[in-house]
Design a protein around this ligand. Structure first.
Ligand code: FES
Length: 129
């Protein structure tokens, strides 16, 4: 079996929603101290729905694929759902990651949570799970 699924390779080679979202109102940045990779998520939230999302990831292929898939999973979704997104859901949507690459999907979950935390700070609303 190949080390990486076709979905991982697809999202690594053609990542969705890459870049900076100029009118984002929720931004989260996280890093992994061990590998040094960094992930930044930009969300535009309106009416408690993620209307748009973009990401910048300075990291490995699995981190890029995970952030790309995570943006697809939360785009257009209500915050009640977005706040529940786990790295497990990201990994499953990618048809799996090798065990030693699971931490890359954790970055995606953490970056979204950090963005929601930022949104809470900016608005005073409580949206995190
Ligand atoms: Fe660090 Fe993938 S090796 S995020």
């Amino acid at each position: 079996m190949a080390l990486y699924s076709e979905k991982v390779m697809d999202h690594f080679r053609n990542p969705r929603n890459v870049g900076v979202l100029e009118d984002a109102n929720a931004v989260g940045e996280v890093g992994n101290a061990k590998c040094g990779d960094i992930m930044k998520m930009y969300l535009k939230i309106e009416d408690d729905v993620v209307q748009d999302v973009k990401f910048e990831t300075f990291g490995c292929g699995s981190a890029i694929a995970s952030s790309s898939m995570a943006t697809e999973l939360i785009k257009g979704k209500p915050l009640s759902e977005v706040s529940q997104l786990t790295n497990k859901a990201v990994t499953e949507a990618l048809d799996g990651l090798p065990a030693h690459k699971l931490h890359c999907s954790v970055l995606a979950e953490e970056a979204i949570q950090a963005a929601l935390q930022d949104y809470e700070t900016r608005t005073g609303k409580h949206v995190q799970a």
